[in-house]
Design a protein around this ligand. Structure first.
Ligand SMILES: Cc1cc2nc3c(=O)[nH]c(=O)nc-3n(C[C@H](O)[C@H](O)[C@H](O)COP(=O)(O)OP(=O)(O)OC[C@H]3O[C@@H](n4cnc5c(N)ncnc54)[C@H](O)[C@@H]3O)c2cc1C
Ligand code: SF4
Length: 498
């Protein structure tokens, strides 16, 4: 049987972070990845999504292609209508279409974790070195999120969001007393002056034609080109079996037409929440038949303003501002992203008010997208059926709607700084999984039993297998997730005894 040394499964943000940590240790891993790619590159004219199905934002495509969400023929996944979570089999995983919002967790958000913020701190710093992050220093977010990259380049906002950013900074003390902080969005977008820097094409929601939005697949491909790693694409890991000196991986091509087995000394599993659950449920030794994922559900609401702002077709179409609202005395927060008027927001308004009224109203509306912590969100059940089908369904949490409305009411207290008020009556709760901030299927504990992992992401029964994606998060805070996915993966890959 062929031996591949240390194997990393996947090419998304978690896999990339593991690769970077292994490279620091002088290890050249073999990356085994389904690695579906777009058949054509995105163009600046690819249309932005402009309508919703009334239950959240539409799934974002890349240059009009849905390749990030495609499930290869070798897999049968049945995701029922209750659940909006999908998995990615793409080169780069979901970083091909993500919103690029990055924030670290706080110590309070990790209170229920067996590791603390100090364990992640050096790894946030390592990730900050490779993920170009825009934003500014010196606003209120810096003091709370101490692991933010320092000296990031600023990305230009529009007049209304620039004014809001100034007021949020000016009144930070007053807002802080009310459990609310805000500042400029931190985005994994290249705001520098290099060849991939943002040139304000405004097509971010359709796939950046410049490559300015960070995509883990680009760095994986670059590492493979230099020979730093071996990249095995078009390959699906079916199951893992621990053997005395390593792990055997059963592999297949995307169609199931060709199969083989390889041996690895260690496996770092970064297949995303559903992908990793799928592999673990099929693997002998793991001993689990059903897994339950936690989710951070999102909600949408309009922020109605007195001032006017036209749609600027050249504005960055990702979030411009972040607002953090304390939702419990234990430091849980709800993270909100503020969007200036854009084509998507116009589509949402047109659905509700008709095109004519929406065209006039859009000048006075900004979009709010808020995320709840997993304690206030629904859960996702994942089970493997007899015929090898992965069945996925969700159970909503009756607390989600009231919790979202409470967050919006708290923002009324910041109406002066925001220049407007959120309309809680128009709030839309997205279905469970729609925000793709999920995990917690195999949570890290200091004393792992079946269904959990140790603090290096290793499940009992599968020694030398280390899960490095958000499957091992004990909770999902109401915020952005990928920056911590990467930091935690980097931590685990730095500590795995090789
Ligand atoms: C539209 C959208 C917007 C988002 N916006 C944000 C945001 O603004 N901020 C944020 O923090 N997060 C955001 N996210 C979430 C973010 O994209 C994910 O947290 C992140 O991509 C997870 O990284 P990952 O490496 O764990 O998994 P993924 O990105 O899902 O990558 C999984 C990888 O595993 C591979 N794979 C899967 N199964 C197998 C298998 N059996 N064999 C071989 N390879 C396999 C795939 O090819 C892929 O490369 C967003 C997600 C979406 C979809
Ligand atoms: S605004 Fe910047 S990030 Fe968005 S599509 Fe244009 S170049 Fe890309």
């Amino acid at each position: 049987m062929e031996s591949v040394g240390v194997a990393v499964v996947g090419s998304g943000p978690a896999a990339l972070a593991a690769v970077l940590a292994l490279r620091r240790r002088g290890v050249s891993p073999t990356v085994i990845d389904a690695g579906i790619t777009a058949t054509t590159p995105p163009s600046a004219s690819a249309s932005m999504p402009s309508a919703t199905d009334g239950s959240g934002l539409p799934d974002k495509t890349f240059g009009g292609s849905d390749f990030p969400y495609r499930v290869p023929r070798v897999r049968t996944w049945e995701i029922d209508d209750t659940c909006a979570l999908r998995g990615s089999f793409a080169l780069g995983g979901f970083s091909t279409v993500w919103g690029a919002a990055v924030l670290p967790f706080t110590a309070a958000q990790m209170a229920a974790w067996p590791i603390g913020i100090e364990d992640l701190r050096p790894h946030y710093a390592a990730i900050a070195e490779v993920v170009p992050t825009s934003g500014v220093c010196g606003d209120a977010l810096d003091a709370t999120f101490v692991d933010l990259p320092t000296n990031p380049r600023p990305l230009a906002g529009v007049r209304a969001t620039e004014a809001m950013a100034s007021r949020l900074t000016r009144d930070a003390v007053h807002l802080g007393r009310r459990g609310l902080i805000g500042g400029r969005a931190r985005l994994a977008v290249d705001a520098g002056d290099g060849p991939n820097a943002c040139t304000y094409e405004g097509a971010c929601l359709a796939g950046c034609p410049r490559g300015a939005i960070f995509d883990a697949g680009d760095m994986i491909a670059a590492q493979a080109t230099t020979g730093a790693i071996t990249y095995v694409g078009g390959t699906v890991v079916q199951r893992l079996t621990s053997v005395p000196r390593g792990v055997v991986l059963d592999l297949s091509d995307l169609t199931g037409g060709s199969q083989r087995r390889v041996h690895a000394t260690h496996v770092l599993l970064a297949a995303g929440v559903l992908g990793t659950a799928d592999i673990i449920l099929r693997s002998q030794g793991a001993g689990v038949r059903v897994l339950r994922a936690l989710d951070s559900q999102y909600f949408l609401a309009p922020l109605v303003r007195l001032g006017a702002q036209e749609i600027d077709p050249h504005a960055v179409a990702l979030s411009h501002l972040f607002l953090e609202v304390e939702v419990s005395s234990s430091g849980e927060m709800s993270h909100l992203q503020v969007y200036p008027p854009n084509a998507l927001l116009l589509g949402v308004l047109s659905d509700r008010l008709g095109v004519h009224v929406a065209r006039r109203a859009i000048r006075h509306v900004m979009g709010l997208q808020g995320f709840l912590p997993s304690s206030q969100s629904g859960v996702i059940d994942i089970r493997l059926g007899r015929a090898g089908t992965l069945a996925v369904s969700a159970r909503p949490n009756p607390e989600s709607g009231p919790a979202a409305r409470r967050v919006l009411r708290r923002l009324v207290g910041a109406a002066r700084q925001l220049g407007g008020v959120p309309v809680a009556g128009q709030m839309v709760m997205a279905p469970v999984g729609r925000g793709f901030h999920s995990g917690g299927t195999l949570p890290m504990t200091s004393d792992p039993a079946v269904g959990g992992t140790d603090t290096l992401g290793s499940p009992p029964g599968l020694p030398r297998v280390h899960i490095v994606d958000s499957s091992v998060f004990p909770t999902i805070p109401g915020g952005t997730i990928t920056y911590t996915v990467m930091a935690n993966s980097h931590r685990i890959a730095s500590g795995v005894p090789l």
